[in-house]
Design a protein around this ligand. Structure first.
Ligand code: SF4
Length: 327
């Protein structure tokens, strides 16, 4: 049994034109101890998909169909009380923008210790305090800074505090939503190393969301790429970013939009055009208008996610050729 199993999930938001279909029939699994990266450009539905797991979607959003099984329990069928028992204790989140996520009038130590006691009443104040000191040291913050306030830390240090908070109850799954955005490159590398080493040390699973494929390539066991509310491609990082390579034209274009310092210098190609308007009914492949290898059937037939072997799956009409070894 997988730790997380999302099947055929549909999520929509109300908008002035009717409904905006942010996630449309998405499947995703995460195994115990696995580090999965979720990529795609802004508005593709990756944050909506991730926030549906701890059920932290904005008011008005609607899970229309599908299921989310966490550790064998269908969370879409749980009461709000049942879900509260899972949040933080079993599934925690490292939010984007630590300054906004931390309470400015409480010390960082008290903010890390609070969920420990809320989720386990048998834990004494002293035990929660000791556990917080341990967590601070684990994320590279000296324990003597327990009584400091968020404004006394740099951006990278605040993100470390957020990671300590997310680990405070030793959850089974940590969701990190763009945890390194707005940090300098050196700090980004340190935070990524820290996330990976803590997950390995405590045997946690992680869903890491980023629009930056290079971040996922160096950190994750498996990568999933979304486009316009649908899953475009999934597979082991070693295959998608390795010699075997990405097989979906969108993933290929995303990868070619990154400079490679080992190759000769050349101009970077962006992807022409824009993603489709998800408040309108979609026909055919959503990438068809921007795809330079589109077939005539792409305009009318929706491509299914097809297993092409080696744990890699691709939602593209060319995938049957790939599976047959034509490409
Ligand atoms: Fe391109 Fe067609 Fe594949 Fe879509 S299904 S990515 S349009 S080739």
């Amino acid at each position: 049994m997988s730790l997380l199993e999302i099947r055929d999930l549909h999520i929509s938001y109300p908008n002035p034109k009717g409904e905006f279909f942010a996630v449309d029939g998405v499947d995703l699994t995460i195994e115990k101890g696995e580090f999965v990266g979720l990529a795609g450009e802004s508005g593709c539905g990756k944050t909506t998909l991730a926030l549906s797991i701890p059920r932290l979607l904005p008011r008005g959003s609607h899970i229309g169909a599908g299921s989310i099984h966490f550790n064998g329990v269908d969370t879409t069928a749980l009461s709000e009380e049942g879900m509260r028992a899972l949040r933080w204790k079993e599934i925690s989140v490292v939010f984007q923008g630590a300054l906004n996520a931390l309470n400015p009038v409480h010390t960082i130590g008290s903010q890390i210790a609070e969920p420990i006691r809320i989720h386990d009443e048998s834990v004494s104040k002293k035990q929660a305090h000791d556990r917080t000191l341990e967590l601070l040291e684990a994320v590279g913050i000296p324990a003597r800074r327990f009584e400091d306030f968020p404004h006394q830390f740099s951006g990278g240090m605040r993100q470390r505090v957020m990671i300590a908070m997310a680990l405070s109850c030793m959850p089974k799954l940590v969701i990190a939503d763009e945890p390194i955005t707005a940090l300098d490159v050196m700090t980004q590398a340190q935070i990524l190393d820290l996330l990976r080493s803590l997950c390995d040390r405590y045997s946690l699973s992680m869903l890491l969301i980023s629009h930056d494929l290079s971040v996922l390539a160096q950190t994750c066991d498996r990568v999933a790429v979304m486009y316009a509310g649908k899953m475009a491609e999934q597979g082991p990082t070693s295959r998608v970013f390795g010699n075997h390579g990405a097989k979906h034209p969108y993933t290929q274009r995303l990868l070619s939009a990154y400079p490679n310092i080992k190759h000769e210098r050349k101009f970077i190609d962006g992807i022409p055009g824009y993603p489709p308007d998800l408040s309108q009914e979609q026909v055919g492949c959503r990438f068809a208008d921007r795809c330079d290898v589109a077939l005539s059937r792409c305009a009318t037939e929706v491509p299914e996610l097809i297993d092409i072997g080696g744990g890699q799956s691709v939602a593209c009409h060319l995938a049957s050729d790939i599976r047959a070894g034509v490409q």
